[in-house]
Write a protein that binds this ligand. Structure first.
Ligand SMILES: O=C(O)C/C=C/C(=O)C(=O)O
Length: 146
């Protein structure tokens, strides 16, 4: 049986790779962007009449990425609470960190159970998205209070 996870409930990968791969109790997710799973459109991007990107909404993109991560976790039999390590890539740290960080705090209100996090500013991503997440989850994670 393949340990690769592929699901219709998350946006199609932009290359030949699965949404996630399970190794024992660990789940490694591929980089996930803010695409709508049904239409494949990038959430929060605004284009001019010529199709050029003129603006984007980092709050909407962050929420869309989190929703997609949640979909992949669920398709893999994991929960949001199983996330243990998240790497966040932003294409404009100066402009977007504050808004993204505020959404993060909404989704991970408890520092005792929140995953470890690293945020990197990078010059570009494979498609015109402003944020991408790389996540690791542990299916055996016990987040219940002791
Ligand atoms: O979801 C996107 O739009 C782009 C994500 C791409 C990758 O993570 C990749 O190709 O490695």
């Amino acid at each position: 049986m393949s340990d690769a996870i592929r699901t219709e409930t998350a946006p199609r990968p932009v290359g030949q790779y699965p949404h996630a791969r399970r190794v024992g109790d660990l789940l490694f997710l591929s980089g996930i962007g803010p695409r709508d799973a049904a239409s494949n459109a990038i959430v929060g991007n605004v284009h001019d009449a010529q199709g050029r990107l003129i603006s984007y909404d980092i709050d909407a993109q962050t929420r869309a990425v989190f929703a997609n991560v949640r979909s992949v976790l669920h398709a893999s039999g994991a929960r949001w609470e199983d996330l243990v390590d998240v790497t966040v890539y932003l294409t404009d740290m100066a402009h977007d960190f504050k808004a993204y960080n505020a959404v993060w705090a909404e989704y991970f209100p408890d520092i005792d159970t929140a995953p470890c996090r690293t945020t990197l500013g990078i010059t570009s991503l494979p498609t015109p998205i402003a944020i991408e997440l790389k996540c690791v989850a542990a299916l055996s994670r016990n987040t219940k209070p002791e």
